[in-house]
Write a protein that binds this ligand. Structure first.
Ligand SMILES: Nc1ncnc2c1ncn2[C@@H]1O[C@H](COP(=O)(O)OP(=O)(O)OP(=O)(O)O)[C@@H](O)[C@H]1O
Length: 123
């Protein structure tokens, strides 16, 4: 296997590419913007309600799970559009599976949000 020498410049470039991806995601992905708005509301509410450290861990974990799945979903969609611009039943399954991952993460985020916020808001 090719194993070129470790280069700090290459590592910095990798970070730059990753930040380019993040910028592309937030500028172009409509779902990404919806998730960003939801994350800002959840974080604002967390500060307002002075949640505990453990609750912060839960809230931040589900927020990142939603972003990670949505970013991977978006990457899979882009790749699928290049591989098969026309309708293909297998591409349908691939895209639906990637979307399902986002849905699972979003359901978990809603459940955790309700568990943390509802008692503090209404009980
Ligand atoms: N090339 C294709 N072949 C088969 N089915 C497709 C194809 N492109 C899209 N689909 C179907 O349409 C659904 C939506 O696909 P699309 O790529 O538009 O995702 P989206 O989540 O609506 O995208 P966006 O991020 O732009 O909102 C897919 O989950 C899949 O069921």
């Amino acid at each position: 296997m090719n194993n070129p020498k470790f280069s700090i410049i290459d590592r910095i470039k990798s970070f730059k590419y990753a930040f380019n991806g993040l910028k592309f995601f937030f500028l172009n992905d409509h779902n990404g913007r919806v998730h960003l708005l939801a994350a800002i509301i959840a974080i604002g509410l967390s500060f307002y309600l002075k949640i505990s450290s453990l609750e912060w861990v839960a809230i931040l974990s589900v927020i990142s799970a939603v972003f990670v799945t949505e970013i991977l979903n978006s990457a899979i969609e882009k790749l699928a559009d290049v591989v098969s611009p026309d309708y293909h039943p297998k591409i349908k399954v691939v895209k639906d599976l990637a979307a399902a991952a986002v849905l699972v993460a979003a359901f978990l985020a809603v459940a955790v949000g309700l568990l943390v916020f509802i008692p503090k808001l209404f009980l």
